[in-house]
Design a protein around this ligand. Structure first.
Ligand code: ZN
Length: 331
């Protein structure tokens, strides 16, 4: 009954049956969700880069759409942010709705609009980040699929998002891609050495498997790319995932001191939309549920002094607390 009540009064009936073909179309879908949106920067072709803010509590920071030819991440963020409004997920883990999300759904709007991997300067945004910049898995300059630019963060898109990643408060970050299917973590660049979060990464990846199994969802294969493929001869690698220096997850981990994952959502770069929503979306939910649990666990327990003002507060404050409690229980 509780979820019915909130479905009636807060559910925004928006749905999509195919990929947004242009960035304008994507932005109009994003705006239709009625979320708090902030423009955090502009692309080379002067398109706005947005951050969406949803829910409350300790945060999970999500970036997607660095590679403009990989639309599953941006599209599934629309579905995720829509369903967050009513907590209407196939994965019914309460942590999913108890944390805040800071989402930059399309880091590279010009690439998104052109369905091309790189930005309008033909630089790969995900080789332009500072940690490990210039190392293996990238090429100098511009005009190639893995070109890293002339210096770290010399592209407006990465500069804008780096500034947000540096200033926001969050417990864990994840960057969404497609082209293969794996949940991976730093280092993606061997010269950076072992991550201080190595144990946490493994634990959260294992937790996503447990959650997936509970709902009959296929979990992602997982591992650190450097370790995982250390013994695989290069000629046997599908060239889809490999050492890649200058990627965002390494920068979040080694420069900003926060745990950061990479999720490669789907093996086809852009699977049919029905497969995206019916097969890949639940898998993404299992991953995000694990991260949300972790984020939630980093919150200090509520103390009496923080609860009292709510109890003694206005009717609207009480309603807000009640709403949060009911929503949490609607699972
Ligand atoms: Zn990618």
């Amino acid at each position: 009954m509780q979820s019915m009540f909130f479905n009636i009064y807060t559910y925004v009936a928006v749905s999509w049956t195919d990929y947004a073909q242009t960035y304008d179309e994507y932005v109009s879908r994003l705006k239709s969700l009625g979320l708090e949106l902030r423009e955090v920067g502009r692309s080379i072709r002067d398109r706005p880069i947005y951050a969406a803010y949803a829910s409350s509590g300790p945060a999970v920071f999500i970036t997607a759409g660095q590679h403009g030819n990989e639309h599953p991440g941006p599209e599934l963020m629309l579905h995720f942010l829509r369903d967050l409004k009513t907590c209407n997920f196939l994965v019914k883990e309460s942590a999913l709705c108890r944390v805040r999300y800071v989402v930059v759904p399309v880091v590279n709007p010009d690439g998104f609009d052109a369905w091309q991997r790189t930005n309008a300067n033909h630089v790969d945004p995900n080789r332009n980040w500072p940690a490990g910049w210039g190392g293996p898995g990238s090429m100098p300059g511009s005009c190639c699929p893995i070109c890293r630019g002339s210096s770290p963060l010399d592209q407006p898109e990465t500069r804008a998002v780096y500034s947000l990643l540096s200033s926001e408060s969050y417990a864990v970050h994840i960057d969404l891609h497609s082209g293969t299917e794996v949940l991976a973590w730093p280092p993606g660049c061997a010269q950076l050495g072992a991550s201080r979060f190595a144990e946490l990464y493994r634990k959260l990846a294992q937790r996503h498997v447990e959650i997936a199994s509970k709902y009959g969802i296929t979990p992602y294969d997982y591992g650190n790319i450097i370790e995982k493929y250390a013994d695989v001869p290069p000629e046997l690698l599908a060239m889809k995932i490999y050492e890649a220096c200058g990627a965002v997850d390494d920068t979040v981990d080694y420069k900003l001191n926060k745990p950061s994952f990479v999720l490669e959502i789907s093996s086809p770069y852009n699977p049919p939309y029905s497969a995206l929503t019916s097969y890949y979306y639940p898998r993404l939910q299992a991953v995000l549920a694990s991260l949300a649990e972790y984020a939630y666990s980093t919150q200090p327990p509520a103390t009496i002094p923080t609860i009292l003002p709510i109890l003694a507060g206005t009717v609207s404050a009480f309603s807000s607390a009640l709403y949060t409690a009911l929503r949490a229980e609607s699972f």
